[in-house]
Design a protein around this ligand. Structure first.
Ligand code: GLY
Length: 428
């Protein structure tokens, strides 16, 4: 069958790579894709926001399954658009995507359905929000309600920083309408855990637990980024913790969606904080995580296309248990100099492997090609995923490959997995 993946990053490269292994798939398209993806799929020059054009393309080309990577087309209603044309698509409709596209919707949803989360207040006036901050204990987290390309969550440590963040979001409108309303949330410390769960609107099944590193520099320091690395599974997610997540987060989330009249088909990504009181949801995403997908899919043995079709047909329950390789995977993101600030594009990349080697697969996030020469074309450039029987060896494979790939100013973290490795050492 013909399938199409929508998006252009490392997550989409991993989705295309895994779908291509399916016995069901004959041909893969990716819109718009990137130069790395173009090695294994036909890239189509339609941007992710053009939901109608994407549906028309799928119809014209008889695409039998479309898989949506990023949140923006989901929030714009790409699934509703495809449904109108009776085209199969993997992802939630516009109502379901509100779990990510409106932080206020998702917090009110959690409150209504008793899903453990962090305490919060909602504001639609900058003056009231600043007034409230005069009486809080810092730090607190200021969050724009709508989508803000990962930049709408700001941890502030005093009233001055809070005022600046609130004014930027609500008065200067740096994120446009996404900042018409904000949330102010208590700040909690601890280990974060990513759980991506698959649901067909009737059954919900978690994938392996993973952790990502959001900040730019070693030691979890520096500015927040789209993600500098990830690993999977993570031993911090003990069977007891996973049971609690299923019971107190995933099942109530599905029940709540059903009560709201939302038939959610796709991935629900719960970003969780592990606290002494149990796991708490920091946020939901309505899509696969990036870079988490780059470590989860290499471990999935089940056929991804069959799995997605069973979700689309609301037959997830009869799909059976997900099958996993009993390995670990670790991804190191190589970024351009200056990322997440300004960076240069078009820098030559050398040393990219021609094929998968030494337990490593390289997913492209932002590359282009000039003849045979690979060039950088984004902030995050490559995700280098190593696989092995334990996390340390998986990381070793990934870093061996990272050391062979060269481009001027390449910036990457040298400590992916450090918290869990330190934990494991303490326990030994
Ligand atoms: N890794 C975080 C995200 O995908 O939003």
């Amino acid at each position: 069958m013909k399938v199409m993946v929508i998006g252009s990053g490392g997550r989409e490269h991993a989705l295309v790579w895994k779908l291509k292994q399916s016995r069901k798939v004959d041909k893969i398209f990716c819109a718009p894709g990137n130069a790395g993806i173009a090695q294994i799929a036909r890239c189509v020059n339609i941007q992710v926001e053009r939901t109608r054009d994407l549906a028309a393309f799928a119809q014209r080309n008889k695409i039998q399954l479309t898989v949506v990577g990023p949140e923006v087309p989901l929030a714009r209603g790409i699934v509703d658009e495809f449904k109108k044309k009776k085209l199969k698509i993997f992802g939630p409709d516009k109502k379901g995507a509100q779990l990510e596209s409106s932080k206020i919707f998702s917090k009110e949803f959690m409150r209504k359905y008793n899903i453990p989360t962090v305490s919060f207040r909602i504001f639609s006036s900058a003056g009231e929000a600043i007034g409230f901050c005069k009486s809080v204990e810092f730090p607190v987290v200021v969050k724009a309600d709508g989508l803000a390309a990962g930049k709408g969550v700001i941890i502030v440590k005093d009233l001055k920083e809070a005022t600046e963040a609130i004014e930027n979001i609500m008065v200067k409108a740096v994120f446009g309408k996404a900042g018409n309303r904000i949330l102010i949330e208590s700040f909690i410390k601890g280990q974060e855990l990513s759980i991506m769960a698959l649901t067909d609107g009737k059954t919900i099944i978690p994938m392996l637990p993973s952790q990502d590193h959001k900040t730019a520099y070693d030691g979890d320091k520096g500015p927040n980024t789209g993600g500098m690395g990830a690993y999977c599974p993570t031993d911090i997610a003990t069977p007891e913790i996973l049971k609690k997540i299923q019971e107190y987060v995933l099942e109530p989330t599905l029940k709540g969606l059903i009560k709201e009249g939302i038939t959610y088909k796709g991935v629900i990504y719960a970003g969780l904080m592990l606290t002494a009181d149990g796991p708490k949801v920091l946020e939901y995403n309505c899509r696969f995580g990036d870079p988490e997908t780059q470590v989860i899919l290499p471990l999935l043995r089940s056929d991804l296309c069959e799995l997605m079709l069973s979700i689309s047909n609301q037959k997830l329950e009869s799909f059976g248990k997900l099958q996993w390789h009993k390995d670990y995977a670790a991804c190191v993101v190589m970024a351009s100099k200056g990322y997440p600030g300004n960076y240069q594009r078009g820098v030559r990349i050398n040393g990219l492997p021609k094929k998968e080697e030494n337990g490593c697969v390289v997913f492209h996030s932002g590359t282009s090609k000039n003849g045979d020469q690979w060039l950088t074309a984004g902030g995050r450039v490559l995700g280098v995923t190593g696989r092995n029987r334990d996390l340390k060896s998986a990381l070793k494979n990934a870093y061996n490959m990272v050391n062979k790939i060269k481009f001027d100013g390449a910036q990457y973290r040298r400590d992916i997995g450090f918290r869990i490795l330190r934990n494991n050492e303490r326990e030994q």
